[in-house]
Write a protein of this length. Structure first.
Length: 214
């Protein structure tokens, strides 16, 4: 049911300018988010964090730090559910409860959202428009979410190879930039980020948050 490859004109999928990498991290905040925040701070980089409402209430101080250090906050629903399988009322509840958790923590309401699994259709899009959200998708899946997944033998080398393959096969003909799908929930995933940055820098990319690249 995922609709990650089905995009509408208003969906934000890429950074418009070539050789620009829009950084996003999904599924936090978690204790592993701090590794990413430390690295971004040390390297003067900004990113977008697509947060899950139920984890915001578990880790409010990490969300506060994320926002205070100048990163963008994006809504990733309350329970990380596939939105196309939910009723209209359930979708609104997923968004508004997450909104409340974010606002109660940092005093702002985000303007961006990312559907879990990239699962979106025109009904969900219409609800997002009604709620005032812009939809953020991606054109590069790092597949870091496969690390430690049940039944998966995916390992950190596979994540690094994803970047190498992207640079070698897609970048030469890519006329726009990149928005990647990465996660800050598990330690194995966040540890691959510095390696990915080095690979993308060598390929000539600059790294900014999605809001900066639009």
């Amino acid at each position: 049911w995922t609709c990650g490859n089905c995009v509408a004109p208003d969906d934000i999928v890429t950074c418009p300018k070539p050789k620009v990498w829009g950084l996003t991290f999904d599924d936090g905040p978690s204790q592993n988010t701090t590794f990413i925040l430390d690295y971004l701070k040390q390297n003067n980089m900004k990113a977008m964090f697509c947060v899950v409402g139920s984890r915001v209430v578990q880790n409010p101080e990490i969300l506060k730090r994320t926002y205070q250090e100048g990163h963008e906050i994006c809504v990733h629903t309350w329970s990380h559910t596939a939105l196309t399988s939910q009723s209209n009322d359930q979708i609104v509840a997923e968004m508004k409860w997450t909104e409340k958790a974010i606002h109660d923590t940092i005093g702002v309401v985000p303007k961006y959202m990312r559907p879990p699994f990239g699962d979106i259709d025109n009904r969900v899009r219409a609800i997002m428009r009604g709620l005032g959200y812009k939809v953020i998708l991606w054109n590069m899946d790092t597949s870091d979410w496969k690390l430690n997944s049940p039944g998966s033998n995916y390992n950190p080398d596979n994540v690094r190879q994803t970047f190498v393959d992207f640079i070698n096969t897609r970048v030469p003909t890519l006329q726009q930039g990149v928005i990647s799908l990465e996660h800050d929930l598990r330690a194995e995933g966040v540890k691959q980020f510095p390696i990915a940055v080095n690979l993308m820098k060598t390929a000539g990319f600059s790294m900014i948050s999605v809001g900066q690249c639009l």
